[in-house]
Design a protein around this ligand. Structure first.
Ligand code: FBP
Length: 245
């Protein structure tokens, strides 16, 4: 089904935060899309994640770094029930140079039926064009009491498998003894860890080691790279951990 050579393991550099969190996530350098795209190029990440505006205006096809366009988005200005709506089509993502598409599903939200329906359509269309589909699977909403409990994270992994995602991006479960079970719950869907808030080198590398040892295929990270003073060094060390597994 997959027609391109997009990698479903390794490290993806995420840079959709300007929309999801706002510019307060950025430091003086990372507010600039050119700066972050340059990190992706120099460190040779396996893919980078952009929303359509930055993809259209700052990403150049042919730079050698595969592009994942995330098709839905939301701001953090509204703190009610979680919902992220589709703002970019599969066809538009392809025209921007995407090798894969992404979409966030907040299972457990009272709007999950809309996101599941949108994801279902995207999955069918993207696969017809041979594009892998990545689900940001983040259970959230009034009914979800602890989005990092292993039961909820494993459920998020299973949702991605049942919906036909090639890759699922998950939050770190708060019981590391359940990491393998989380991976098993995803079946053939490859599991990536979502980076989270920036922490020091040692803490971050130890988290990456744990998940890779448990069978995660990679990590999709944003703040822990481009908020760092040594973003390229960080990526290099993450790559070494993944390669040594
Ligand atoms: P980080 O590595 O910075 O956590 O980025 C991963 C990511 O999934 C981004 O793609 C997205 O913008 C953000 O986290 C969403 O975080 P949340 O909705 O949990 O605040």
């Amino acid at each position: 089904m997959r027609k391109n050579d997009f990698k479903t393991n390794g490290i993806y550099l995420a840079y959709d935060h300007g929309m999801e969190h706002g510019p307060t996530d950025f430091n003086g350098n990372s507010v600039s899309p050119a700066y972050v795209i340059d990190i992706a190029k120099k460190a040779e990440v396996d893919a980078m994640v952009l929303l359509k505006g930055v993809a259209r205006n700052h990403y150049k096809k042919g730079i050698g770094i595969p592009l994942i366009v995330k098709l839905n988005q939301k701001t953090s200005l509204y703190d009610g029930e979680a919902f992220s709506s589709q703002t970019c089509s599969v066809k538009e993502a392809i025209s921007l140079g995407a090798s894969a598409v992404g979409y966030t599903v907040y299972a457990g939200s009272k709007y999950e039926h809309i996101m599941l329906r949108e994801f279902g359509g995207i999955e069918e269309e993207a696969h017809k064009y041979g594009l892998p589909v990545i689900m940001w699977s983040y259970p959230r909403g009034e009914s979800v009491k602890d989005d990092q409990s292993p039961e909820v994270v494993a459920y998020a992994a299973r949702v991605a498998l049942e919906m036909g995602a090639d890759v699922v991006k998950l939050k770190y479960p708060n019981d590391e003894s359940k990491l393998k079970w989380v991976v098993e719950s995803a079946g053939s869907t490859k599991v990536f860890l979502s980076g989270g808030k920036a922490v020091d080198d040692k803490t971050f590398e130890s988290i990456v080691e744990k998940v890779i040892k448990a069978g995660f295929s990679g990590i999709a990270v944003g703040r822990n790279v481009w908020q760092s003073n040594d973003p390229i060094g960080r990526i290099k060390r993450i790559k070494e951990i993944i390669a040594s597994s």
